[in-house]
Design a protein around this ligand. Structure first.
Ligand code: P6P
Length: 332
């Protein structure tokens, strides 16, 4: 193992020193999320071999078919975090309401997560991911829904685990973005991408579901026309339909990911992606990596949420490209 092979727990302990109020419980919380991701990774990687694929026949509150692995991932994270006394409660894409751990009288944090984003891709072996967001409770030992309805700017930490050709954890505690790759032979995450920053001289990637073109407003169409046809140096279009996979590629290569407000999703007038456990955690990461994220009107991290499952349009990536998108979206 080379001298750079920093194991995750050592790294978190070093990071934890940047949290004067944390009494090691923050380290334990991150470690619990990571244990959950290892368990999910194991199941995702063998999904094709055991009868865990296919639909449960249930629907989640988003009206989407729930894949068995969605349930499994959700239950795994809840089971682990419910045993952590520092966690006062959790909210998940898969659950209408948060779960409050009333007996955790010493609780100091709450966690929001999308347990398995991109799960519609499970059956075709496309990379999928877990996205998480950690907040400090407003008042230690007490938790209400208001603890979950926070601006993304207040996040203590955020990250994702990408279940792809390898399993990667990428997270930030507000001190830069760091990537760890799971060594399955050790069962440990090893530091592989320290201080990730989004490259400025990027491969000029734009990511959007172009098939929604007819459902966009005129300013959005003009913006997409820029990236598609008008940019001086042509862009490459890369879109795999799995947010974590698309985001991770653009984080490392540079580019812009877009999920505009579209009028196809009448029942989801604010776009498709969720603010609290998709846009906010990724926006914290992209800002720490030197990029930015907006809903087309304001910075994602400054949006005051009204509902835990609130949706927002999402534009995230290089500042240069976000500024161009904003110019078109606001008709200037
Ligand atoms: P569309 C997956 O279902 C997901 O929530 C994200 O992972 C992904 O970015 C998006 O939806 C894809 O949506 O409408 O382009 O298929």
């Amino acid at each position: 193992m080379n001298n750079k092979a920093v194991q995750l727990q050592h790294y978190i302990l070093n990071e934890q020193k940047k949290f004067p109020y944390a009494k090691g419980d923050f380290t334990l919380l991150l470690s619990d999320i990571i244990i959950g991701s290892k368990i999910i990774s194991r199941e995702v990687n063998k999904a094709g071999l055991v009868e865990i694929l296919g639909l449960t026949g249930n629907e989640n509150i988003q009206g989407e078919q729930v894949q068995k692995l969605d349930d499994y991932s959700n239950d795994t994270l809840i089971n682990i975090l419910s045993q952590n006394q520092s966690v006062g409660g959790v909210a998940s894409e898969e659950m209408a309401d948060p779960i409050y751990f009333e007996d955790h009288t010493e609780a100091r944090y709450c966690v929001l997560f999308d347990p398995l984003d991109g799960s519609s891709n499970i059956d075709v072996n496309v990379s999928i991911g877990t996205i998480f967001s950690i907040y400090k409770l407003k008042k230690d030992g007490e938790i209400t829904e208001m603890d979950f309805l926070r601006k993304g700017r207040e996040q203590l930490a955020s990250g994702y685990i990408l279940y792809g050709s390898s399993t990667m954890l990428v997270f930030t505690t507000g001190e830069g973005v760091h990537g760890f790759t799971l060594d399955p032979s050790l069962g440990e995450f090893i530091l592989s991408h320290e201080n990730i920053t989004i490259p400025e001289n990027s491969k000029k990637i734009y990511s959007v579901n172009q098939a929604n073109y007819r459902f966009w407003d005129e300013n959005t169409k003009k913006m997409i026309d820029y990236f598609t046809k008008e940019a001086e140096k042509p862009f490459s279009s890369r879109y795999i339909g799995s947010l974590v996979a698309d985001f991770h590629r653009n984080l490392l290569y540079g580019g812009i990911f877009m999920y505009p407000l579209d009028y196809k999703l009448k029942e989801k007038p604010r776009g498709k992606l969720r603010l609290m456990y998709e846009a906010n955690p990724l926006a914290m990461i992209i800002e720490q990596a030197g990029g930015s994220a907006t809903n087309g009107k304001e910075n994602i991290l400054d949006i005051k949420p009204n509902m835990i499952h609130q949706r927002e349009p999402l534009y995230i990536g290089n500042k240069e490209y976000i500024d161009i998108a904003m110019k078109y979206l606001n008709g200037s």
